[in-house]
Design a protein around this ligand. Structure first.
Ligand code: HEM
Length: 398
């Protein structure tokens, strides 16, 4: 029997991966649920948003009594701002943002629109004839996985010839971001990426381009060790998440042919559909644990200082106290303030790029693929319960 304090065990069980949403509904009956190991799970919208904006909840793992080994430090890297608290977090984030978006670089992401379309079209052209000829195609391997790697390499100014290295590191990371697996491979991938980035930064310093890494290097905004960490963080934070949003998006549309047809006819509806995907099938189901800096009272429960707190974003996204008909996928939903990109000071830095990539990807895929049919439903899922998404998504001509 499941009690509120054993819910986490059931949620992380591989058998729950295809459809964890009924478990989240059960979990929401206890908005703040202490687990057997002392971690607190928070599953309701209003409690999650309150905690995401509460400065007493820290993103720095050192503030948790059960702090995990620090892989970045072991790989010789400075801490990344995703794991820091204000004011240090805010300073580093603002300095990095100077190169990524408004007000200093408003054209950085939208200026990549043509390039993103070209990359997406190139990948689709690579398998479309085989698809037309009756071959089954894996949307993950052939499209969703390589697309964000190529994009982030273009953004950062990684030469095309070196892109394969990032694909290899992405492979190591995608297998090891699961908190239950051996972190050795991840540590090695991070060390190698760190060495590569340090060398690339040196080259960009000598011979700058108009990419983001050259800008960060030239402006001298960040100390060199922080530059390396930031470059790696952008890659890690933006890869598996984007793979999953594109794949979850195709899966959701393939399950709803009438919505797919409508988006094909009215592509201007795609931005709203992507927002709804971020609510309905978000890539980030739970944030990495945060640490309570003081005793915090939420929904009648006291979370003690030092405790680990896991915010179950995907459950908040389905909370009927916040969203009407939360289990319905409605691409025209209004008032859609979802947690797909988190909220508060750590809300996703790469959101404008992730949105644009996914809009372009899904528009291109549904336009080109005639009568697509899912080969297996549900598809096989990767085991990671936090960053949830299919491992493969096979489709064929229906
Ligand atoms: C669909 C794709 C994406 C999703 C669903 C997503 C989701 C998220 C979420 C939920 C957070 C909050 C983490 C927290 O509060 O602890 C976050 C933070 C972050 N994301 Fe994304 N992300 C995506 C794509 C990207 C991309 C493409 C980049 C880089 C270009 C990126 C860079 C970051 C960074 C640097 C942070 C940390 C922000 C901070 O600590 O201030 N993300 N993302």
């Amino acid at each position: 029997m499941t009690t509120p304090d054993t819910m986490f065990k059931r949620i992380v069980d591989d058998a729950s991966r295809p459809d964890p949403y009924p478990l989240y509904a059960e979990l929401r009956r206890t908005p703040v649920a202490r687990q057997e190991d002392g971690t607190f799970l928070v599953s309701t919208y209003h409690e999650i948003v309150a905690l995401l904006h509460d400065p007493r909840l820290s993103s720095d793992p050192h503030n948790r009594e059960d702090a995990p080994p620090d892989l970045s430090a072991e790989a010789g890297l400075a801490p990344a701002f995703i794991r820091m608290d204000p004011p240090d977090h805010d300073r580093l984030r603002a300095q990095t943002m100077r190169l990524f978006g408004p007000p200093h670089n408003p054209a950085r992401v939208y200026g990549m629109r043509d390039e993103l379309t070209r990359i997406s079209t190139g990948l689709i052209d690579g398998f479309a004839d085989r698809y037309d000829g009756g071959e089954r195609i894996d949307i993950v391997d052939e499209f969703a996985y390589p697309f964000p790697v190529t994009v982030i390499c273009a953004l950062m100014g990684v030469p095309r010839d070196d892109e394969h290295l990032f694909k290899e590191w992405a492979d190591a990371l995608i297998q090891t971001l699961d908190p239950r697996l051996d972190p050795g491979l991840q540590r090695q991938a991070m060390t190698e990426m760190g060495q590569y980035m340090a060398a690339l930064i040196g080259r960009h310093r000598q011979d700058p381009g108009d990419d983001m890494l050259s800008g960060m290097t030239a402006e001298g905004l960040l100390p060199p060790e922080t530059l390396v960490t930031t470059a790696i963080m952008l890659f890690i934070a933006g890869h598996e998440t984007t793979v999953n949003l594109i794949t979850n998006g195709m899966l959701t549309l393939l399950r709803r042919p009438e919505v797919l047809d409508r988006l094909r006819r009215e592509p201007e509806l795609m931005p709203g559909a992507v927002e709804e995907l971020l609510r309905y099938e978000p890539p980030v189901h739970m944030l990495s644990p945060r640490g309570a800096l003081a005793d915090i009272e939420v929904a009648g429960v006291t979370i003690p200082k030092g405790a680990s707190v896991v915010l179950v974003l995907a459950s908040g996204n389905r909370d009927p106290k916040r969203f009407r008909d939360p289990d319905v996928f409605d691409p025209a939903r209004e008032d859609n303030q979802h947690f797909g990109f988190g909220s508060g000071v750590h809300s996703c830095f790469g959101a404008p790029l992730a949105r644009l990539e996914t809009q372009i990807a899904l528009t291109g895929l549904i336009r080109r693929l005639r009568d697509p049919r899912l080969v297996a439903d549900p598809p096989p899922y990767r085991s990671n319960p936090r960053l949830r998404g299919p491992e493969h998504l096979f489709i064929e001509h229906g």
